[in-house]
Design a protein around this ligand. Structure first.
Ligand code: XUL
Ligand code: CO
Length: 442
């Protein structure tokens, strides 16, 4: 009774998910994630700031390009608005039972697009009030929301980068409505993922103009958001391709350069998704590190890809090696700040039981909790940091320090180079990998 909202329980037979520890054989219990356990001065819950993604958990139904849906959601209703309301109740029941303190959504995940702009706006407003009510009842908060300006056919050639100004303006309807909803719901961040902000072929594309239009659009959104009291970060979520052949926000480095090129660096950061980083030919931790080094780490879409087929499979994160490396970067960066770990991940097409929705999230939460524990131990014991400090020590004194401070010229550097005696040193990669494994193995 305690763990559902509204007048109906949707996930019957599943109660509050509890921490039971590594010895537990109960599949519906956490083995590592112990929300209130303190690590490095903060609870696991405060460090990890988990969020459930509305679209994968309550909208996706197992359909893929080769087959129709395989899942029937427990809130299914033939009346779309009634279904949206029931979906909200089911979603908040799920967040509460699972214990994810945040959630994320696209406008059309939570609402009904309708047949006209005004229907879209009034449906969305109505649902926003229901979400607000449910937030107040449960204490669950909005990590971020975003506008889905990529599914509808009108966005086939892009939203803010569409060659037709009418489509750009139509996208503004949704982004404006989403910013209004965000402020009403006290959202902590606002996300832009440019699914169709890219091109299929340069033969029909003015790339310069499209990138400039994107920047103009984002600037307007920033100005509007600030004018209505949005105080959080605007986040751009990089992805190199899919659905477009080439997406403008290719990876963290490209996105940060774009943000700076157009003077948006005071308001915008990145939302890094693991499977997008790997799609761009990087590791997850690489793109996190690029953001950290540039003060641009906003939030994280926590998932994993498949090494064999490479595309955006959006799997739940189970690879504890990857979560450890990711948490190492995040913890060294000082944590997630107002960001979080949002499970932009979906259970597989064949995982059709309601229980599977819980099991997939439990695995993801345990994997990141594990990464957090190992990473903080590695940081606390300075096992990697001392090695790295020592590796670069020649820049900390004498001429090396002068070089680092930009106080030498090339002639002086070359003059020094004529006199140096170089002692070759091992990078000790295997030693460090073995050390990392010893921490993972415990
Ligand atoms: C798509 C993707 C999106 C964004 C939000 O690959 O990651 O779901 O996270 O639009
Ligand atoms: Co994402």
């Amino acid at each position: 009774m305690d763990y559902f909202v509204g007048d109906k329980e949707y996930f019957k037979g599943i109660g509050k998910i509890k921490f039971e520890g590594k010895e537990s054989k109960n599949p519906l219990a956490f083995k590592v994630y112990d929300a209130k356990k303190k690590i490095a001065g903060k609870t696991m819950e405060e460090h990890l700031r988990f969020a459930t993604a509305y679209w994968h958990s309550f909208c996706a139904d197992g359909a893929d390009p080769f087959g129709s849906s395989t899942m029937v959601h427990p809130f299914h209703n033939s009346d779309p608005m009634k279904q949206a309301m029931a979906k909200a109740d089911a979603a908040f029941e799920f967040f509460t039972k699972l214990g994810t303190p945040y959630y994320c959504f696209h406008d059309i995940d939570v609402s009904v697009e309708g047949k006209s702009v005004s229907e879209y706006e009034s449906n969305f407003k109505k649902i926003t009030e229901i979400l607000l009510e449910r937030q107040k009842e449960t204490g669950v908060k909005l990590l971020w929301n975003t506008a889905n300006v990529f599914t509808h056919p009108r966005y086939m050639h892009g939203a803010a980068t569409n060659p037709d100004f009418s489509v750009v303006a139509r996208a503004a309807v949704q982004v404006k409505a989403c910013l209004d909803a965000n402020v009403r719901l006290g959202g902590e961040n606002y996300v832009f993922w440019g699914g169709r902000e890219g091109y299929m072929t340069l033969l029909n594309t003015d790339m310069k103009r499209e990138r400039e239009n994107l920047a103009t659009f984002l600037t307007m959104a920033r100005d509007y958001g600030r004018s209505i009291g949005f105080k959080g970060n605007f986040l751009i979520e990089p992805k190199p391709m899919e659905p477009t052949k080439h997406q403008y926000d290719y990876d963290a480095a490209t996105t940060i350069a774009f943000i700076r090129e157009f003077g948006l660096e005071d308001d915008f950061k990145c939302n890094i998704e693991a499977n997008h980083a790997t799609l761009a030919g990087h590791t997850f931790e690489h793109d996190l590190q690029v953001c950290s080094d540039n003060g641009m780490l906003g939030s994280v879409d926590a998932n994993q890809g498949d090494a064999q087929n490479g595309w955006d499979t959006d799997e739940f994160p189970t690879n504890v090696y990857e979560t450890t490396l990711a948490m190492l970067v995040i913890m060294r960066a000082g944590g997630l700040g107002h960001g979080g770990l949002n499970f932009d991940a979906k259970r597989r097409r064949g995982s059709i039981d309601n229980e599977d929705l819980f099991l997939s999230h439990i695995g993801g939460m345990d994997s990141f909790a594990f990464g957090l524990e190992v990473a903080s131990k590695i940081i606390e014991e300075r096992v990697l940091d001392d090695f790295i400090t020592e590796r670069y020590a020649s820049f900390d004194s004498g001429l090396g320090k002068k070089f680092s401070q930009g106080a030498m010229d090339l002639c002086a550097l070359a003059e020094h180079g004529r006199t140096v005696s170089i002692i070759e040193k091992s990078g000790k990669q295997e030693k460090l990998q073995n050390l990392l494994n010893s921490y993972i193995l415990g």
